[in-house]
Design a protein around this ligand. Structure first.
Ligand code: NAD
Length: 496
């Protein structure tokens, strides 16, 4: 990525200016060395803005601000933290079209999907505004009756939050919401492809009344230069990361040196299983959601479609017909279903996977290529007769491609579905409730969609097993990732 010393210019998107500076201790500033880096619109390849390009000096300033603010913030009344989050929720909903415009401009997803992301993102703030005033503890009597055990919860301390580009707003609120609710301060590093969305969110958090230093945002073209000083500081007590398994492992190794709490939301390789008794139209509807939401650029995206041999051809034909009808265009164009992929590398990776499967004997029912237009688009694609040694089986596609693989029996499909280092989401379509739960219990994943293609919900514990991650975001347990227990041993006066 090119960095320059050109001045940053706040772009006007959706009628409002989006900040382009670093947010440190409540102040918007340039990078210490004055550098900027460009943000690109993936639908056109054009530069949208020049953003302050943070480095180690800025990282240290953000860390110092978060450390200074920590004890005061931890001591605020839960209701105060709750109401700031609730005001931020209201502002996100009020400015929905503005935020959706920022998301579509820098990330590419169709505008209506960006609007849905704003609602999804806002819901995390509302959910955690409700959780802020429900932080609990415990009180028990020791087994021998001699002592009380009183357990309290405390914020874990300053947190490093690192987010990806695919849901640039929701991945921010899913971490900022619980951190703020728990009483933690934050050093946030957004993805370099989508910095503007987080900056717009940070401005709203300020407007909602978040005190200076509680949320610090440092964008950078060199993630290691900013995040590594935070990880090695000993002051930051928690890393919450969403992104690739490769970077997650790197951060876990760094976290080991200072024994930081670690939450990891990493890659997926979701199996989508259609049983012989499934309602095929419902399964196709589910597949459209599980595969095509966000152009397939979702960690929960169905990656491998295992369809019972008796219905595989029907399923693939109906899915291909639906996929072929989709409008592939700039996310702002009326009726767009599929926007561009994030960058040329993503486009080339998807093409490489398709070519590999076709080279091994797979058949293209629809798509299979990039359209001949500017931007990083890829046509919705359905492949059949995909061999089990194709790279699809072991690679997260992150694009609008559905490989369909027939299976003959349930034990076989569970074995091949579980034959993956990842275990984030899985989908099962069947009309038999016993079969649904039996297969769901045997799938090695953190989330199962039964007759649905959508598992994400702020009220549910989101996360994976195996190399898909550690910990859960959202749901009742989401706030616990940002809390530490303390127990008081108190002898009883009338001990036995
Ligand atoms: P990525 O790992 O390349 O980047 C994620 C973040 O890590 C970005 O902010 C990036 O700047 C940062 N990063 C990169 N190198 C770093 C380093 N050396 N030190 C510190 N930070 C560094 O992933 P991506 O391409 O942005 O996102 C796609 C991946 O995210 C996919 O694998 C997807 O499955 C995963 N994802 C997972 C979830 C989930 O909840 N499990 C949700 C969304 C995306």
């Amino acid at each position: 990525m090119t960095t320059t010393t050109s001045a940053r210019v706040d772009p006007i998107l959706g009628g409002l200016a989006v900040p382009t500076g670093l947010l440190i201790d409540g102040t918007w500033r340039d990078a210490a060395d004055g550098k900027t880096f460009p943000v690109t619109n993936p639908a056109t390849g054009e530069t949208i803005a020049l953003i302050a390009d943070g480095g180690p000096e800025d990282a240290h300033a953000a860390l110092a601000a978060a450390a200074r603010a920590q004890s005061t913030w931890a001591a605020t009344a839960p209701r105060e933290r709750s109401e700031i989050l609730r005001r931020a929720y209201d502002l996100l909903i009020e400015r929905g079209d503005f935020l959706a415009t920022v998301v579509t401009t820098e990330m590419g997803k169709p505008f209506d999907q960006a609007q849905s992301e704003v609602v999804y993102a806002a819901e995390f703030l509302r959910w955690f505004s409700e959780e802020a005033v429900r932080i609990g503890g415990d009180h028990t009597i020791t087994g021998n009756g001699a002592d009380r055990i009183i357990v309290t919860s405390e914020p874990v301390g300053p947190c490093v939050l690192v987010t990806p580009w695919n849901f640039p707003l929701a991945m921010g609120t899913r971490k900022i919401g619980p951190a703020v609710a728990a009483g933690c301060t934050v050093m946030m590093k957004p993805a370099e492809q989508t910095p503007l969305t987080m900056l717009a969110l940070a401005q709203i958090m300020q407007e909602a009344g978040l005190p200076d230093g509680v949320l610090n945002v440092v964008n950078t073209s060199d993630p290691g230069a900013v995040v590594t000083p935070w990880m090695s500081s000993g002051t930051a007590r928690k890393i919450s990361f969403t992104g690739s398994t490769e970077v997650g492992k790197l951060l876990l190794r760094q976290a080991a040196d200072t024994v930081m709490h670690s939450s990891m939301e990493l890659g997926g390789n979701a199996p989508f299983i259609v049983c012989a008794d499934a309602d095929i139209d419902k399964a196709v509807d589910g597949a459209m959601t599980a595969k095509m939401r966000n152009m397939g650029e979702a960690c929960t995206a169905a990656n491998r479609f295992y369809v019972h041999r008796s219905v595989a051809a029907t399923f693939a034909e109906r899915l291909a017909a639906r996929m072929a009808e989709m409008k592939v265009s700039n996310g702002f164009d009326e009726g767009t279903d599929v926007g561009p992929l994030i960058d040329p590398d993503a486009q080339a990776k998807v093409q490489g996977l398709v070519d590999d499967a076709v080279g091994r004997g797979a058949t293209v029912l629809t798509g299979g290529t990039a359209p001949d237009t500017p931007g990083y688009f890829y046509l919705p694609t359905v492949l059949t007769d995909v061999p089990t040694d194709s790279r699809f089986m072991t690679t997260e596609i992150f694009g609008p491609v559905a490989p369909v693989i027939p299976f003959d029996d349930e034990d076989e499909v569970i074995r091949i579905a579980n034959n993956s280092d990842w275990g984030l989401a899985g989908y099962i379509f069947t009309q038999d409730i016993d079969r649904a739960f039996d297969l769901g219990e045997r799938l090695e994943v953190g989330m199962v969609g039964l007759n649905t293609g959508l598992v994400s919900n702020p009220a549910a514990p989101f996360g994976g097993v195996k190399q898909s991650g550690l910990g859960r975001e959202g749901g009742k347990v989401g706030i616990e990732e940002f809390l530490e227990y303390k127990y008081f041993a108190v002898p009883r006066r009338r001990a036995v």
